[in-house]
Design a protein around this ligand. Sequence first.
Ligand code: 48F
Length: 259
Amino acid sequence: MDEITISRAIVETYMKDFMDAMEVDVAIAGAGPSGLITAYCLAKEGIKVAVFERQLRVGGGMPGGGMMFNRIVVQTEGKRILDEFAISAHEYAKGYYVADSLETTSSICTAAMKAGARIFNLISVEDVMIREDDRITGLVLNWSAVCWAKLHVDPLTARCKVAVDATGHDAEVCNIVVRRMGPKLRTNTGGVIGEKPMWAERAEEEIVRNTREVYPGLVVAGMTANAVFGYPRMGPIFGGMLLSGEKAAQTAKELLRQG
Ligand code: 48F
């Protein structure tokens, strides 16, 4: 075995994929459950999608389950999505299905990749591109290691027709837009209203409605949707995340159709 061939194989194939991801239909910030489902739903329809994830591993808050007990709960509405990935789930009480958080994360991630989504870990979205018509036209990327080390290194960019903020509780892309452009989001204040305290039922009811275009060319998914519109968090119940991912994909598809 030749170490240099191994090194070339890694660098050359990675760079080919990364170059290809610089021009996509949909760019997603965050590979938590909502971002992964959005990526899967779009990719399986042949839409070109790239996901940029800050951390070493995918899954966001899902692998950790509830307080590190690596189980998640999904209600009846979300169970259909677990079934689509053949994820085992056991009905613990009527309407409460419990699943292994690692099986769920890995199954959805694998399906998204097999469907054609490209997922890049260890890359952070640090800014957005916005053009004259006030529309998001791309994500600005840097190595997470550069951000963590606070090195002064300029970023690179990926162009997209639609961007999805699936960065979770911190709604990072939306906060960047507000910092750059002022309070122009389609919320009551124009800003990120901020997440309210835990209330699982209300949070799960509202999350799909909150999943929409919040700024021209920018769709919010998952916990970001509730944080941006000022709705509660829900803890380790994940049906809403999965359904929100589906809705974000439908919304992105509609925006692509409108051009
Ligand atoms: O936090 P996260 O899992 O968001 P989600 O898909 O799901 C929320 C649940 O996990 C849970 C919950 C239960 O129902 O409330 O918290 O809404 O995943 C967000 C991902 O985005 C990454 C982050 O590392 C995580 O994996 N991320 C955050 N900011 C950035 C980012 C950024 N600026 N660039 C790239 N990735």
